[in-house]
Design a protein around this ligand. Structure first.
Ligand SMILES: [Zn+2]
Length: 347
């Protein structure tokens, strides 16, 4: 039986939502991960340090008593973000990073940024203070094809931000294309990217496999196989320093996804690590796993590695997946990649 022991991983991009969903999903992340950056796109969004702290308390109340887990909070960048308040919130530790959603890019992003020029003064303060900028990198003009939105954002907006603020720490979130991987590789040391398990596991055919598959619908949307391969290549590379795990685990009730206008988002927290480990194993790259899930993110954010470790074991039997996470009167469907998983976390 094969076994590996690695530094406990972090998940640098999670959606915990709120209320009953929050209470149900937080333990699924804290089971395997030591720290997470928590996204601020609630309704209404988290806009300042005060609200971030209140949200953090609600998350901490949902962490199982025997587990150590640190949520790192973000605020939602708007054209009205107060740079002085942001700087104070960063210095007193209530805010860890700022999230840029182009208006309309994804779930609850209506208050996002319409005109980048209006947030330049905030970005300047962030660069001076060392506050990381996390970016949902998709252009949102309705005439742009949904499969091209990431590439257009990089050309039109990301490059503009990077050129104006070379010292700003930037994470291009949940990248999905060969163009994004290349742009991040070519960028300076302040530019890095997160990659999700579903974008490493699936290509866009999975959305239409024998019929429409709402549980494979996420944003940025899944792309062609050549893009999946490009992502796999950079994350499994021995020299990978710039790409790390951000699962973008994004729970929605099954009734909100199986609908005439289904929500975007894939809930992958429960089996994320077994799936990622299997993907690295299938690519003969288990030796690069720890960099991707436990080291590169901490290096990018200039924080210590976790002290504890976890062990994964490869079994001869396939892992059997639970189909859903049950709530009182509803359920959240759990991501399954559609290929066999033999790895599991044993402690
Ligand atoms: Zn997200």
């Amino acid at each position: 039986m094969e076994q590996i022991n690695i530094i406990k991983p972090d998940d640098w991009h999670v959606h915990f939502r709120d209320g009953e969903i929050l209470k149900a999903v937080v333990p699924k992340t804290t089971r395997h991960f030591a720290r997470s950056i928590v996204m601020p796109n609630l309704i209404p969004p988290i806009l300042n340090g005060r609200d971030a702290l209140k949200y953090k308390k609600r998350i901490e109340n949902a962490i199982p008593k025997d587990e150590k887990f640190k949520p790192f909070m973000t605020i939602y960048l708007t054209e009205n973000t107060d740079k002085k308040e942001l700087k104070e919130s960063y210095k007193n530790g209530s805010v860890f990073a700022v999230k840029l959603y182009p208006a309309g890019a994804t779930t609850n992003s209506d208050s996002g940024v319409k005109d980048l020029r209006k947030v330049m003064p905030v970005l300047e303060t962030m660069e001076e203070t060392g506050i990381p900028l996390l970016i949902h990198g998709e252009a949102t003009d309705t005439e742009i094809d949904i499969f091209d939105r990431e590439k257009v954002f990089i050309d039109k907006s990301l490059d503009y931000i990077c050129r104006n603020f070379p010292e700003l720490k930037i994470t291009l979130e949940h990248i999905t294309t060969e163009e994004a991987a290349k742009y991040v590789l070519a960028g300076n040391e302040n530019l890095a990217a997160t990659v999700t398990p579903h974008h490493l596991a699936l290509n866009r055919n999975s959305i239409f496999l024998g019929g429409i598959r709402p549980h494979h619908f996420c944003l940025p949307i899944l792309k062609r196989e050549k893009h999946r391969k490009a992502l796999l290549e950079v994350v499994t590379s021995k020299n990978n320093k710039k790409f790390f795990l951000g699962t973008d685990t994004a729970p929605h009730l099954s009734t909100d996804k199986e609908s005439s206008c289904g929500c975007a988002g894939i809930f992958n927290a429960p089996y994320c690590l077994p799936i990622i480990t299997q993907i690295f194993d299938n690519a003969n790259a288990l030796s690069s796993l720890e960099s991707f899930v436990s080291l590169n993110g901490a290096n990018h954010y200039k924080i210590n590695y976790n002290k504890s470790k976890i062990t994964l074991r490869k079994n001869s039997m396939q892992l059997s997946f639970k189909k859903s996470l049950k709530l009182k009167n509803a359920e959240i469907i759990i991501f399954q990649p559609g290929f066999p998983i033999y790895w599991n976390v044993i402690n």
